[in-house]
Structures are given as C-alpha cells and as structure tokens.
Design a protein around this ligand. Structure first.
Ligand SMILES: CC(C)(COP(=O)(O)OP(=O)(O)OC[C@H]1O[C@@H](n2cnc3c(N)ncnc32)[C@H](O)[C@@H]1OP(=O)(O)O)[C@@H](O)C(=O)NCCC(=O)NCCS
Length: 207
C-alpha cells in the first residue's frame, strides 16, 4: 500500500495521539496527556467546522496529521462547551500533577491569543509527522491538503502560529510552503510566537 492522505476520522485518533506525543515532546498539550489529546482530536473530527487529514504510512497506519478549523471565531469555546465533561475528566491527572495548568487550559479555550478572527478565514492548529518520516514530504502534503480543503469551504486565507525561538526548522518549513510572517506576539506564558498567513484559491491553486 502506498502512502495516502485521508480525511481524519475517529478510528485514526489513537494513532494521531501517538504521533502528536512523538512529534511534540515537552509541549503543553503533550503534558496534558493522551486522554486529553484524544478528546481534542475526536472533537475536531466530529464537528463540521473541523478540518483534519491523516497521512497513512505504507502499512495504512496514520503517521502524520493536520487539523484546524474553517471557522476559527470562537472555535475553541464551542469545542469546550460540547465536550466540557470529557475535557475535564481528561485533565484531572495533569491538574493534580501541576495545578497551574488549569488556568492555562481555560485561557487557551476561552481567550486563545493566537486565534485571529475574520470572515472566510481558516486556522491550522496542529500538524505533526512521526520523527522517522519527517523530511520525506509528508508535512508538505498535509499542509497542501488542508489549504485545498479550506479553499473548498470558502476560505480565502489560512493562518497558523508557531514558536519564534528555537524553532527554525518549522519556520523554514512554513516559509517554503508560501506562508508569510504577518505578526509576532508573546503569550501570557512568555512564549514568543510567529503568526503566518497564506492566501488560498478555490481552484486549489494556492497563491
Ligand atoms: C514540521 C513538520 C510537520 C514538517 O513535516 P515534514 O514531513 O518533516 O516536512 P516535509 O518533508 O514535507 O518538508 C517540506 C519542505 O520543508 C523543508 N523542511 C522540512 N524540515 C526542514 C528542516 N528541518 N530544515 C529545513 N527545511 C526543512 C523540506 O526541505 C521541504 O522543502 P522542499 O519542498 O523544498 O523539499 C514535521 O517536521 C514535524 O512534525 N515536526 C514536529 C512537530 C512540529 O513542530 N509541528 C509544527 C508545529 S507549528
């Protein structure tokens, strides 16, 4: 079986969670744990405003993913309202280990600093490829599938945010794909972030 891109479905979520944990070691969402990530990715694929794709390896197992929303305005608040109990239960262990994560989760969902709003805009929230497959073109295919889908849903522009410091490879990756750095800001936790945008066209010809 050849590598394949498919829309993200609930049955892919366990492998997507493992890919997330492997590609984002030490990151906040990874600290929240596999259960929290499963609620998050299931939430995205169960809502019509979610966009998600999986990159299947030669054995048909998800080894990369990209997710986001074609309606970023209030997306995380709606996700939290729909799945508040599952998110709460999934966070318990992380909160007991580090109580301060509670405030950060609440801020992330209710006032996501890096979540610009506007009409006909999509947000690309998370992308990851298993370390052993990185550099083989999977990430590029995932981003292009995401942009194509966003355009088909009537979006004109797509944004994403990524760390500015210590993250040169990822910044180069997005720049090579045609994203333009339009804003820089600091999160409340002191992370310096880059906000990238790209225009997309409905015929799939990303500008
Ligand atoms: C970022 C990530 C998704 C990229 O996926 P990937 O499959 O490794 O990237 P690709 O192989 O598709 O590379 C696409 C282009 O970016 C370039 N690129 C990728 N990684 C690079 C690196 N470390 N340094 C320089 N260029 C790089 C490739 O050379 C390629 O350019 P080309 O089209 O001119 O050949 C992947 O590395 C990853 O999962 N990283 C960890 C998780 C992460 O940081 N996600 C992003 C958070 S915002």
């Amino acid at each position: 079986m050849n590598n394949l891109l498919v829309p993200l479905r609930p049955e892919h979520v366990p492998d997507v969670v493992q890919t997330h944990l492997a590609s984002f070691p030490g990151f906040f969402l990874s600290f929240l744990g596999a259960r929290f990530l499963a609620v998050y990715y299931n939430g995205i694929c169960s809502t019509p405003e979610g966009i998600g794709f999986c990159y299947l390896n030669a054995s048909g197992v998800p080894a990369g993913f990209v997710v986001g929303s074609s309606n970023p305005r209030g997306f995380y608040s709606r996700l939290l309202r729909r799945h508040w109990l599952s998110f709460s239960l999934a966070s318990v262990r992380a909160v007991l280990r580090k109580p301060s994560v509670l405030g950060r989760v609440a801020r992330g969902f209710l006032h996501p600093g890096g979540n610009p709003v506007g009409n006909h805009v999509a947000g690309l929230y998370s992308i990851g490829v298993l370390p052993e497959l990185q550099g083989t073109g999977a990430g590029k295919k995932l981003v292009n599938a995401f942009l194509f889908e966003a355009a088909n849903r009537g979006c004109n522009r797509v944004f994403l945010t990524t760390d500015r410091d210590g993250n040169e490879a990822v910044n180069i990756f997005y720049q090579k794909l045609g994203f333009t750095l339009e804003r820089q800001y600091q999160t409340r936790e002191g992370r310096s972030m880059n906000e990238y945008w790209i225009s997309v066209a409905k015929d799939g010809e990303n500008e």
